[in-house]
Design a protein around this ligand. Structure first.
Ligand SMILES: [Zn+2]
Length: 395
């Protein structure tokens, strides 16, 4: 490679131009390394700008997009090794079930649970069940949501339980609670409602009586409660991509929310709880292990948590093997089954691939992922067997 210094200083004008052209031509025909080719072409196109940007480490964080030079195995998984039941997804009711089934078949996804969009109760739930679940009971299931409009009504308990019974009669297989509980819902005085508030007790008990699990999402990643500064590991998501932080917006901490969450599980032992997103404990899996040991009514799904598991492959692998009966596959797809997102999740669970990117570049994670390479019997339980048992599905 001819250096920029040579081009800039010691070559006469017209010859310099010819030499630059030759270098670009040479770089473009060198297909050994296409990434490097592109970078060289840019560099020669505007050398002064590129050199200045790097001088003194003044490159802006938002512009920093390093490309790894590591060459390691990359596995593409077309279909999951075992049939999959996805217990965590959000399907748009207006889409076509037959299209979704074709995509699911191509991936070896047997069944998808739709958790709704916060309005899955009454007529909306019935509409989904009639369109998706009744014609395809072995491919789709649906979860009910609570009606947030009535949470501050004096008769909330009775109305919520009555609605839940109606929704289960119309085909709901579980109750899904969004993180609104703890972070959004407020009482009539404007204070955040605690997740362990007594008004919800009869709802949790009714789920136990009806034999349906509660798939519950309380909390958010720890970093979303931390100051958005140079120490924040999600600075890229929060400051560059504009994802909203809870810092200064809520008067509750990550730790308090976990305590309220644990109170729900410990006080309602006859109800099965499935913690969405590994219970949002993925930064400290040992807490999930403690809860598993203390509460036999507690399970977790893996919805959207692969980026958190894949950065701690040894810990996550040990966790999945030790608690292989308590973990369910979830994707957290929005709207429609996305083949590439599924394949990426299969790659994290099945392979021993190293140092790969998360599928959402907008997450701007400052870490890379590693496959967990789970044993076959563990995979089969996480993919399908645990969901069959917990949701009492026929073989
Ligand atoms: Zn979700």
């Amino acid at each position: 490679m001819i250096s920029i210094t040579l081009l800039k200083s010691s070559v006469p004008g017209i010859f310099r131009l010819c030499l630059m052209f030759a270098c670009v031509l040479f770089a473009c025909t060198d297909d050994q390394d296409s990434d490097q080719t592109g970078m060289d072409a840019q560099l020669f196109a505007n050398p002064d700008q590129e050199m200045e940007a790097e001088e003194g480490g003044n490159l802006l964080l938002k512009d920093y997009t390093p490309r790894t030079r590591l060459i390691v195995k990359k596995t593409r998984i077309e279909q999951a090794r075992y049939s999959v039941i996805d217990v965590h997804s959000h399907i748009d009711n207006n889409l076509n079930p037959e299209d979704a089934i074709r995509t699911m078949d191509s991936l070896n996804v047997r069944m998808i649970f739709n958790l709704g969009w916060k309005n899955n109760y009454g007529e909306e739930l019935k509409r989904y069940a009639d369109k998706w679940v009744k014609p395809h009971p072995d491919r789709f299931a649906v979860m009910a949501n609570l009606n947030s409009d009535i949470i501050n009504e004096p008769d909330f308990r009775d109305r919520a339980v009555a609605q839940l019974r109606e929704d289960v009669a119309n085909g709901a297989s579980a109750l899904k609670i969004f993180k609104d509980l703890g972070l959004e819902w407020r009482d009539s005085n404007g204070a955040l409602i605690r997740p362990d508030d007594a008004r919800f007790g009869p709802v949790w008990d009714a789920c136990g009586e009806l034999g349906i699990p509660v798939l519950i999402h309380v909390n958010d990643p720890v970093a979303f409660f931390d100051p958005v500064d140079r120490f924040n590991e999600r600075y890229g998501s929060l400051a560059v991509e504009g994802r909203s932080s809870w810092k200064g917006k809520v008067d509750v901490t990550h730790e308090q929310l976990h305590q309220y969450y644990e109170n729900i599980i410990s006080r309602h032992p006859n109800t099965t709880f499935i913690g969405a997103h590994v219970g949002v404990h993925y930064e400290h899996l040992h807490t999930v292990e403690e809860w598993f040991d203390k509460y036999p009514n507690y399970y977790v799904d893996l919805g959207a948590s692969y980026k958190h598991l894949g950065r701690q492959p040894y810990t996550a692998r040990r966790f999945c093997i030790k608690y292989q009966d308590r973990i369910l596959f979830g994707n957290d797809i929005k709207s429609y089954p996305d083949s590439e997102v599924y394949r990426y999740f299969f790659r994290v669970l099945e392979t021993d691939d190293e140092y790969f990117e998360h599928i959402e570049p907008e997450a701007r994670l400052p870490w890379k992922l590693y496959g967990l390479h789970l044993p076959d019997d563990v995979l089969e339980k996480i993919y399908i067997k645990n969901a069959k048992r917990i949701f009492r599905l026929s073989p």
